[in-house]
Design a protein around this ligand. Structure first.
Ligand SMILES: Cc1cc2nc3c(=O)[nH]c(=O)nc-3n(C[C@H](O)[C@H](O)[C@H](O)COP(=O)(O)O)c2cc1C
Length: 169
C-alpha cells in the first residue's frame, strides 16, 4: 500500500484536528512538528507574528519518522500573519531536499490562505498534487468537510495512479 505521512504544526489544536482527520481517511502516519519556543499567552502570539513578518525560522525537534519510507507527504500549517508558521518553515528548510510528492493544507481564521499556500510551494520548492485552505471561523456548515473531501479525493487519485504505475513497472 502507498505510504503517506502527514506532517504538521499546531499551536492551539485546529491544524492537529485536521491532520488527524486526514490521517484516518488516508491511513497515514502523523508527524507533529515540535517547536522549542514558548508560544503561549500574548508574548507567544507576538513571537508568532514577528517570526512570520520577518520570515524567521524556529528551533524544532528532529523528526521521528523516516521520510524515505513514504511516497507522499501532506504538510499542514496554521496561517500566521498571512504566512506559513515558523515551525513549518523550519521543518521545510531542514527536510525539503528529501521530500517525495507533496500536498499542502493550511488552517486559518479567514484571511490569506492562498498566500500561505503559495509560500508553502516556495519553501518546499515543489508543486503539490493538491492543496486546501480550511477556514475555522465563519465557515458555512459542511464547508470544512466539503473542502477536506475534495482534498483527500485528489490525493487518493494520485496515490491510485502511483500504485498503478508501480504495479505495471
Ligand atoms: C500569530 C497569529 C497570526 C494569525 N494570522 C492569521 C491570518 O493572517 N489570517 C487568518 O485567517 N488567521 C490567522 N490566525 C488564526 C490561525 O491561523 C487559525 O486560528 C489557525 O487555525 C490556528 O491553528 P492551530 O490551532 O493549529 O494553531 C493567526 C493566529 C495567530 C496565533
Amino acid at each position: 500500500m502507498t505510504r503517506v505521512l502527514i506532517v504538521h504544526f499546531s499551536r492551539t489544536g485546529a491544524t492537529r484536528r485536521v491532520a488527524a482527520a486526514l490521517a484516518t481517511t488516508l491511513h497515514a502516519d502523523v508527524e507533529e512538528i515540535i517547536d522549542r519556543s514558548d508560544r503561549s499567552g500574548m508574548l507567544g502570539i507576538l513571537r508568532c507574528v514577528l517570526d512570520s513578518v520577518m520570515r524567521r525560522s524556529a528551533l524544532i525537534e528532529p523528526m521521528r519518522h523516516d521520510l524515505t519510507a513514504y511516497q507522499m507527504v501532506v504538510i499542514g500549517t496554521p496561517v500566521w500573519a498571512g504566512r506559513v508558521s515558523a515551525p513549518v518553515r523550519a521543518w521545510l528548510a531542514t527536510y525539503r531536499h528529501r521530500l517525495p510528492r507533496v500536498a499542502f493544507f493550511c488552517t486559518l481564521a479567514g484571511r490569506d490562505g492562498e498566500s500561505a499556500l503559495k509560500e508553502l510551494c516556495e519553501l518546499a520548492a515543489k508543486q503539490p498534487v493538491a492543496h486546501c485552505a480550511i477556514t475555522q471561523k465563519n465557515a458555512s456548515p459542511g464547508e470544512e468537510s466539503r473542502a477536506l473531501n475534495l482534498f483527500t479525493q485528489r490525493i487518493e487519485r494520485k496515490l491510485a495512479h502511483i500504485e498503478e504505475v508501480e504495479w505495471s513497472a
